[in-house]
Design a protein around this ligand. Sequence first.
Ligand code: GDP
Ligand code: IMO
Ligand code: MG
Length: 428
Amino acid sequence: MPAIVIIGAQWGDEGKGKATDLLGERVQWVVRYQGGNNAGHTVVLPDGQDFALHLIPSGILSPGVTNVIGNGVVVDPGVLLDELAGLEGRGVDTSRLLVSADAHLIMPYHVAIDKVTERYLGKAKIGTTGRGIGPCYQDKVARVGVRVQDLLDEKILRQKVEAALAFKNQVLVKVYNRRALDANQVVDSVLEQGERFRHRIADTRLLLNQALERGETVLLEGSQGTLLDVDHGTYPFVTSSNPTSGGAAIGSGLGPNRITTVLGILKAYTTRVGSGPFPSELHDEMGERLRKTGGEFGVTTGRSRRTGWFDSVIARYATRVNGITDYFLTKLDVLSGLERIPVCVAYEVDGERVDEMPMTQTDVHHAKPVYEELPGWWEDISHCRSFDELPANARAYVHRLEELSGARVSAIGVGPGREQTIVRHQIA
Ligand code: GDP
Ligand code: IMO
Ligand code: MG
């Protein structure tokens, strides 16, 4: 049976939490494969309760699903324990959460370095979430990272932390004028944390492959989005992992041919948090209106999200680099009440029309949106449950976006609730 991957098609916050929750009823496993607690995934349950998940897969809210923090994720042990406690405090059963032994640990020095580096960059900062994500992935690639399995071997853990801090303390003290961290304190604290979730540490790549062999369905829940991918995004204004669908195979240990459905989550307009180019960004009262109506404030950092019109150059790009088979178009309800809705169909770069994502970042920075205007609709669509119930202009908007994006829109979000969804083609 298949593996399905959910990926953000823009700059994150497209509604991946809601999409995961929607499919949660029909899958046996939900896996986070990259990122860490830089993510903020909102799930609104049918009883109205809403949850913000950062590190734990959104499938934790679907009874019977086994949830996996995969090898590609970076895990802050304190955040893991706090998030578990928060969920348990609200009556959520967390017994079915496993953590890959190969996932890397975000250590206190990663968080410290993330924050000081951003401060040091000044105006050139990335606008990171300050959760230590980049420094942790740096250590992974530099082969000096600490992994979840190191919590099971105190001697090795001590060696690794001491070696890491011998260098990092020099940087913290001499370059950034910060306090040095004490290796013993760091080790004792993570060992104590590790004790509290050691029963969850597992060979998750084996378990996931065995599950597929038994005919079960695995849902891979991406975080961030295509344009925040370290390879395919607006580098350097990206995160340090691969949210795109290729990352799902690497970050879970499943073969790429296991993935039969790539569900792109696409907001009916565009948002971005943090620095970096955003060609269809609005700086006027219309941008403010989208922010207010769409509730575009970060789930993780509370920052205002930058807002703009739908950008089909980005959508076409996301379709291509992820191999998107289906789109879930979210937040269509937010666009109700507009006379006309501009959609970016191409860019103009230094006086020339460009239909696809420019090759260089310089050109992306120079890109100006070329708009096509579609007629809007006045009706409140949040109660619509079938495509036919939507106003004709809303249907035409969806059809045009399908045409421009190059993949079918199989589901449409008309509100944050699970039931506020129009399903046109069943995904799982
Ligand atoms: P994620 O990071 O991709 O999971 O998305 P976030 O949770 O950060 O942001 C999406 C926000 O939009 C959340 O507040 C969701 O509850 C909300 N949302 C999701 N789908 C819809 C929709 O179709 N309509 C409306 N109005 N809100 C939605
Ligand atoms: P979800 O999963 C939106 C952005 C940050 C910053 C850049 C790098 O909720 O869609 P990092 O802390 O990862 O090194 O920051 O990436 N960013 C997100 N933006 N949604 C997210 O997650 C994000 N996770 C990171 O704002 O610009
Ligand atoms: Mg989010």
